[in-house]
Design a protein around this ligand. Structure first.
Ligand code: IPM
Ligand code: MN
Length: 348
């Protein structure tokens, strides 16, 4: 029997609630489909930071490397630790250290979920560059607090980094409806974004069967509201993808439904799976967080681990639950109730 080694980082706030829910569903699916999940929990969080002065130990990345995949709940507790500290101490270094350059985020309406739009038949896969661009961390501040203070934050785009994410996007498009939309802002940003457009055209030559559109980020924001059904795969830079995927979450009914996978495609390191939502301190520990985004992310993890039947069964179980109106509206059901409904809908 195959055993997959999973590192669990529940993190902060509702990250703890939704990780617990996800593990119960994943383990039930493992039982049904004849494989095992061996999980090891890591209590790396803002509490850990307050106790030890670090979000994770110095050898944290080395510890994670041994696992087949990482599941992360959420990071952030801004009342005690600034987000710029907690995220740069845990989530963002993991994405970079394991070269998880493809952040995949599906946006579609689950049955029974009423989104804010008239359009219902959309199915978007957003591919977000996840290791460089606006999140490169290149910059600095001088003359802090003075009138002549300067802050810079330089977006860095490398040929390797841009080419590989665009290629990844084309591969995804090829396996879907064969339409890729590259999102830039090359009318205003004349170096990096013009470069991105050029690389997209070069890579497109290898994918003659995939239709390519180029859109600016502002027009894409409007398109996702006005005509999301016309979109298939979107490829965008780190920050643009970050923003568009919160918009994607909104049109699919809210952050409670938005799943994500941070993929290291060459498998030189573990990939990491996490819901798009954050730690939501105001509802933490109250059994009211919607676990669907996290459980869907867990299904993406099983798919990545080769357990595609189990992954598909979890998705179907989520859809069965939402089709019955369970977990479809904020406050309609508790975390535990939604989880139980999904567990009950798994094949026996
Ligand atoms: C996300 C989050 C993170 C990001 C934050 C918490 C740093 O918003 O995963 O979308 O910007 O990548
Ligand atoms: Mn985000």
């Amino acid at each position: 029997m195959t055993t997959h080694q999973i590192a669990l980082i529940p993190g902060d706030g509702i990250g703890v609630d939704v990780t617990r829910a996800t593990v119960s569903v994943l383990k039930a699916a493992a039982d049904r489909f004849g494989f095992a999940l061996q999980t090891q929990g890591f209590d790396w969080s803002c509490d850990t930071y307050l106790r030890t002065g670090a979000m994770m130990p110095e050898d944290g990345i080395a510890q994670l490397r041994a696992f087949d995949a990482i599941f992360l709940g959420a990071v952030g507790w801004p009342a005690t630790v600034p987000d710029s500290v907690s995220l740069h101490g845990l989530l963002l270094p993991i994405r970079k250290a394991f070269d998880q350059y493809a952040n995949i985020r599906p946006h579609r309406l689950l049955p029974g979920v009423e989104g804010p739009l008239k359009a219902t038949g959309f199915d978007i896969l957003c591919i977000r560059e996840n290791t460089e661009g606006e999140y490169s961390g290149a910059g600095g501040r001088v003359h802090q607090g003075r009138d002549n203070e300067v802050a810079t934050e330089t977006a860095i785009f490398t040929r390797k980094g841009v080419e590989r994410i665009i290629r990844f996007g084309f591969d995804q498009a090829r396996a879907r409806r064969k339409h890729l939309t590259s999102v830039t802002k090359s009318n205003a940003q004349k170096y990096s974004m013009v470069f991105w457009d050029e690389v997209t055209r070069e890579v497109a030559a290898d994918y003659p069967d995939v239709a390519v559109s180029h859109m600016h980020i502002d027009a894409m924001a409007a398109k996702m509201v006005m005509a999301p059904q016309d979109l298939d795969v979107i490829v965008a830079s780190n920050l643009f993808g970050d923003i568009l995927t919160d918009l994607g979450a909104a049109i699919q009914g809210g952050l409670g439904f938005a799943a994500s996978a941070n993929i290291c495609p060459d498998r030189s390191g573990p990939s990491m799976f996490e819901p798009v939502h954050g730690s939501a301190p105001d509802i933490a520990g109250k059994d009211i967080a919607n676990p669907i985004a996290a459980i869907w992310s867990g299904a993406m993890m099983l798919d990545h681990l080769g357990e595609s039947e189990a992954a598909a069964a979890i998705l179907t179980a989520i859809e069965t639950a939402t089709a019955q109106g369970i977990g479809t509206r904020p406050g309609s059901h508790g975390t535990g109730q939604i989880t139980t409904a999904i567990l009950n809908a798994l094949p026996s």
